[in-house]
Structure formats: structure tokens, C-alpha cells
Design a protein around this ligand. Structure first.
Ligand SMILES: [Fe+2]
Ligand SMILES: [Fe+2]
Length: 198
């Protein structure tokens, strides 16, 4: 289990894993994350799982571990490089997305200023969470259909409410069970491995 506090160690694991993937464009993506984003220090959420600096990085590694275990458990084949790509990059849209804000909070009867994570108010581009990640990744390299399905449907039933989304989700989860396991790996990481920070 990866903890947000171990930011430097986690970053090394993350970079080594991505560099082990033989796909043109990985180096450019790593350079982008390093120089143009806050990916390595961003939280994974504002008030739920891993809502602290380094939370997003640790979350992606937890998803990687859980996803591998679930695939083994159900004996479902998926190339190692695909497991790495979908796990480590499924929430890439969360970089440059959170900001620390000062808020007033009553602590022991006294108002004090505390720093809390908040969303940037303008989502760019204005597209849903999962698709924003897919779109960012394909600016660097192509994804296989299997990888794209895993990332696009990683929110499971929370990714959309319309009839078509729900029936496609059912079909994709049935025809490509790794997508269901990936959604589960994300849930396991969020609810079982990661904490909420006050
Ligand atoms: Fe996500
Ligand atoms: Fe996630």
C-alpha cells in the first residue's frame, strides 16, 4: 500500500514503471508531468480519499497493485504495459485541477484559518472526468481499445446516467471483464487503502 507522505519514493516507482513501457511518447508525457503539472504533489480528491499532497500519485500506485491482484484472482490476461498505463494514468485529468485555499474553521470554539483543497472552478477542457484523462493521454501516444475502455469506464455506474451509457457499460463489463476489475481496483484503493485527512 502506498502512502502519500512517501512522495519521493512513490515518484520513483511511478517513473520507473512508466519508463518500462515501450511506447513512443512516454518520455514526452513524463516531461510534461514534471514541468507543466502538479501531478506528483496533487491530492486525489478535495475531501475524500487521499485529500493531501501526494495523494494522487499514491492512489495511482494503489490502483496498480489492486488491479494486478484482481486480474490474477480471476485469471484474466492483460499485457503488463497496459496494466501500468491504465492504472498510473487513469486520473491524469486531476493534475492542475486542485488548489489549496484558506478557509475559516471553528476549532475548539475559535475561528482559525486553515488550508483546504478545492477544485479549480474551470474544468478544461469541459469534458467528463474519464474522457478528459483519455484525451490527455492520446495527445502523447495511442491507447489500445482495451486500455481506452478501462480508463473511460473506470467510474462504472457513476460515470454517466443516461440509458446509452448504462447499457454500454453493461456490455463492456461483460465483454471485457478487465474493465469491471479496473473499476473495482479504483474502489478498493479509494475505500480500503486510502485515508481521509482533516
Ligand atoms: Fe477517477
Ligand atoms: Fe482513481
Amino acid at each position: 500500500m502506498y502512502k502519500p507522505e512517501a512522495m519521493e519514493e512513490n515518484k520513483k516507482v511511478f517513473v520507473d514503471l512508466l519508463q518500462s513501457v515501450d511506447r513512443k511518447g512516454i518520455d514526452k508525457l513524463l516531461e510534461y508531468l514534471e514541468t507543466k503539472t502538479d501531478f506528483y504533489t496533487a491530492p486525489a480528491s478535495t475531501k475524500y480519499h487521499n485529500n493531501c499532497a501526494g495523494g494522487l500519485l499514491a492512489h495511482t500506485l494503489n490502483v496498480y497493485e489492486n488491479f494486478k491482484k484482481l486480474l490474477e484472482l480471476r485469471e484474466i490476461e492483460m499485457p503488463e504495459e497496459s496494466i501500468i498505463l491504465v492504472s498510473l494514468l487513469h486520473d491524469i485529468c486531476k493534475c492542475n485541477y486542485y488548489v489549496l485555499e484558506q478557509r475559516n474553521k471553528k476549532i475548539n470554539g475559535k475561528w482559525e484559518q486553515v488550508a483546504v483543497w478545492s477544485n479549480t472552478k474551470s474544468v478544461s477542457p469541459p469534458l467528463p472526468h474519464s474522457y478528459r484523462s483519455v484525451r490527455m493521454i492520446i495527445q502523447f501516444f495511442r491507447l489500445t481499445p482495451q486500455e481506452e475502455y478501462c480508463i473511460f469506464y473506470h467510474m462504472g455506474p457513476y460515470g454517466g446516467e443516461d440509458y446509452e451509457y448504462r447499457s454500454l457499460l453493461q456490455k463492456v463489463n461483460t465483454d471485457h471483464p478487465e474493465t469491471l476489475l479496473f473499476y473495482t481496483a479504483d474502489l478498493f484503493s479509494t475505500y480500503l487503502d486510502e485515508d481521509t485527512y482533516e
